[in-house]
Write a protein of this length. Sequence first.
Length: 261
Amino acid sequence: MAKPSGHLPGTFCWFELSTTDPGAAVAFYTGLLGWKTRHEEMSGGGTYTMLRAGGGDVAGLYELSPQLVGEGVPPHWLSYVATEDVDAATKRAAKLGGTVVGEPADVPNVARVSGIMDPSGALFALYQPAGFPGSADVGDVAGRVSWMELQTSDPEAAGRFYGGLFDWKQETSKSEGVDYTVFSMGSTQVAGMMQIQPGWGEVPSNWSPYFQVDDCEHAAREAKRLGGTVLVDPRRLPGAGTFAVLEDPQGAVFNVLEAPR
């Protein structure tokens, strides 16, 4: 059973897919990750779909507005970071060189949120709970978010920004010949960061979730069968497990991760 959430300020607490076809997206992700769903009516109209694993809510999904689609906003995953005071954190983000793309606003009975773009262009959101604490503690089960990673064009600027905003500490080492930074709060690892590599093509700076799977090879095959695309074939990283980079049928990019056996 899921346990009550207890997200510390400065840790990721919610994950949300904005998509052009909610019905097709639900079919894809439930088929791939085994998620269950429940639906809620949004106060401004429309339906919000809760995606569930291990008896708890782990992520959400809703339809992109026609206005945003018209402005060229593609389907994407957005990740939220918990904070005690969204308004103060939003002001601090701007002072540190970030861009406020969504001013603090209340989602009734859920949270107060804002949208931030870091100095390298990666988008994320701030989350102050007000009725809904975020992702449930579902334990070590398939479908949960098991890691977060920042892929950035400017690791130095990004590192300064997140260190100043959340007091994240950094430890950098080589992984497969590439510098990889782990952000931590005390003994808790929060996320990873790596520089976008020349051979990746036109990849913008982004925060990307890793969803846990039992078998990465199988997940990649299932993603293709369900209409998705495998952008990076399953690849084993010593000590970290096996991962793959996938794109859903509407174009949102995410990762799957099989923990080391």
